[in-house]
Write a new protein. Structure first.
Lengths: 506, 128
């Protein structure tokens, strides 16, 4: 707080008094100004309010008397302390002055020490008053700052393009910005103050929020999900929900951030459609070229010499490679467009795998590779698209055969794994480098080495497999040791587990 | 006497290649370059078998196949459908389903293996 400097004004018609007081008080370091009558004193007060802390006021003056000056001073906004100087030591006038708001009085004649004592007391009083005033204004300012900060945060949240939903631990929505209401097509009034399950939220989202409020442990967990808003599926939202914890790790509530990803979905769809269009347009002419090459190779257009046959055989190999790539692209764009796994039916995976293994037998036998598959006695039924499942296992088993050296072994295991059916496809092949492992499910990623150079592939097979597994709410993982072999494990939810899960999200 | 096969495809190059495969197996081959022309020739030429492309601009193979099978005079002629739309993964079921829906007697993916094509045709003709 600022150092208090007490300014004093002496209002007295006697010059000797003004002079005497100024001398005495100046010695104590107090600045003193003087006024020779009431009007002059009041004028100075009005000219510079809050400047004067203490007034020594003579009651007996010509013109406006001291009492009247005192009354006028009391009407000011910042009232200085007034010490009245009573000329004839009349207690009555001193009492009256005190009643009118004077702080103290001093009777004429007085000694310099008497004056100092009275003024010093007033000075101390004034200092306390100033300090109290300072503290009060400080407190007011910090309250004002808090209010400003709060409204600033509110403004930011309300202007954000992303939707924000905050729930307390009683599952009540305590904050929802306009973007959240817009994205969810729910009026704000139906969000704020409502229980999450009664706030007209999409059930998937309210489930996630309830789950996040139940989360245990202090690990940070954020759940991300996609929501489709509206009957005609016009809006796609991505929702990130995370619990909010206090210092003790207790859950205080949850925060959900909503983003509109409709344009991303639209782009994705356009991309898939574009790929499908290009692939279709490419496929017909290349299929014709390949057909023409087979005719030439079959000698149906006349005999070929050895060199010609060799060249045409290689050309045919290349066109078949391109055809495979186009097929894979079409598959992938179909899967990504959600068209591939529309025909889900109750399925026994063992039957599917037996058929695929039969199909693969000729390739395997050519390399003296044995394929082991012993279906278990009872296989839980899964809900899946049959042709997609055939696609998965054709891909995995043919890969296993391709990347296993002559005389190796491919083992397929099918078992019941706690709500899931697990299939493992293990080979004794060349394995995958640990550097390559994280990327093998990427589109067009192919492991490049001297061993794989001669193996034909598009780099799309495993990403197709992964897309299909994803579309069936399953997971796929891979373990591999270079030179020893590779094992792919797929977990697919059992039909019963899936049914109860879907019921939950309804 | 050599059996007569009608090849229907809007791509003349493919018609030529398919015809050469069939001729090398000593079949008589008649060509039609579209669905409408195909139906006319099926009626006028009385072929023993029809090799039919699916994707044709004027009338697609599925529609033509339905018309052939709905015609009492023509429905005994075996139809082998050549498909290009069918993709890798779904080869086994999806294409089969398509073949069934269109009442085709058999189906194959383009491009065809000449030996495989000959074998399928032989099987279809021997059913007669």
């Amino acid at each position: 707080m600022p150092e208090p400097v007490t300014k004093i004004m002496v209002i007295d018609d006697e010059e000797i008094m003004r002079y005497g007081c100024t001398r005495i008080l100046s010695k104590n370091g107090w600045p003193v100004i003087t006024a020779e009558n009431g009007e002059a004193g009041l004028a100075k007060l009005q000219k510079s309010p809050k400047e004067i802390d203490i007034i020594l006021l003579d009651l007996m003056m010509p013109g406006i008397g001291g009492m009247e000056v005192l009354e006028k001073i009391q009407a000011l906004s910042d009232i200085p302390l007034v010490i009245v100087i009573t000329g004839y030591a009349t207690v009555a006038s001193a009492v009256e002055a005190m009643k009118k708001g004077a702080y103290d009085f001093i009777a004429k004649p007085f000694t310099p020490d008497q004056l100092r004592i009275v003024v010093k007391r007033a000075h101390e009083r004034r200092a306390l008053q100033k300090e109290a005033e300072f503290l009060r204004s400080e407190r007011e300012r910090s309250l004002r700052d808090v209010a400003t900060e709060k409204s600033r945060v509110n403004t930011i949240i309300n202007c954000m393009g992303d939707g924000i939903l905050v729930c307390d631990r009683d599952r009540c929505i305590v904050l929802a910005n306009p973007a959240a209401g817009l994205m969810l097509s729910i009026p704000e009034s139906q969000l704020l103050g409502h229980h999450v399950s009664q706030g007209h939220l999409p059930p998937e989202l309210s489930n996630t929020i309830e789950e996040s409020l139940k989360a245990e442990g202090t690990v940070y967990t954020s759940v991300s999900q996609e929501l489709i808003i509206g009957e005609s599926q016009e809006t796609f939202l991505r929702a990130h929900t995370a619990p909010v914890r206090n210092d003790l790790g207790e859950i205080m509530g949850s925060v959900t951030v909503l983003q509109d990803i409709s344009y991303l979905k639209e782009l994705d769809k356009m991309k898939s459609e574009f790929i499908a269009m290009v692939a279709h347009e490419l496929r017909a002419p290349i299929a014709t070229v390949e057909q023409q090459l087979t005719v030439i190779l079959g000698g149906m257009a006349g005999n070929l010499n050895e060199k010609q046959e060799q060249l045409i055989a290689r050309a045919s190999e290349r066109t078949r490679g391109v055809l495979t790539l186009i097929k894979d692209l079409l598959d992938l764009s179909k899967i990504e467009a959600g068209k591939m796994v529309q025909y889900k039916e109750p399925l026994n995976l063992a039957d599917v795998i037996v058929r695929v293994v039969d199909m693969m037998k000729p390739d395997a036998q050519a390399k003296h590779i044995e394929i082991d598959f012993l279906p278990p006695a009872a296989v839980p039924v899964i809900q899946a698209d049959r042709s997609s499942m055939e696609g998965i296992f054709t891909n995995l088993i043919s890969n296993a055969v391709k990347y296993t050296l002559d005389g190796g072994r491919v083992t397929i295991n099918l078992d019941d794994n706690d709500g899931f059916v697990r299939v493992c496809v293990a080979d004794t092949g060349i394995g995958i480098k640990s550097d390559d492992l994280p990327r093998i499910f990427d589109k067009f990623y192919r492991v490049k080495s001297s061993e794989t150079r001669r193996i034909v592939g598009t780099g799309l097979g495993l990403s197709i497999v992964k897309s299909i597994v994803d579309a069936h709410m399953g997971t796929i993982s891979v373990e591999s040791t270079e030179g020893k072999g590779t094992t792919f494990s797929i977990l697919l939810p059992k039909a019963t587990a899936l049914a109860s899960c879907e019921e939950n999200t309804q | 006497m050599a059996k007569k096969i009608l090849v229907i495809d809007d791509d003349p190059d493919l018609v030529e290649a398919t015809s050469m495969i069939l001729k090398s197996r000593h079949y008589d081959v008649i060509a039609a370059y579209g669905g409408v022309e195909g139906l006319e020739k099926a009626k006028s030429e009385n072929p023993d078998l029809i090799v039919l492309d699916v994707m044709m601009p004027d009338k697609d193979g599925y529609t033509l196949c339905k018309e052939l099978k709905a015609d009492p005079a023509l429905n005994a002629i075996p139809v082998l459908l050549l498909t290009a739309v069918v993709s890798h993964i779904s080869t086994t079921r999806y294409s089969h389903q398509m073949g069934m829906e269109t009442e085709a007697d058999d189906y194959m993916d383009k491009p065809v293996d000449p030996a495989e094509l000959a074998k399928r045709i032989e099987v279809l003709l021997s059913r007669q």
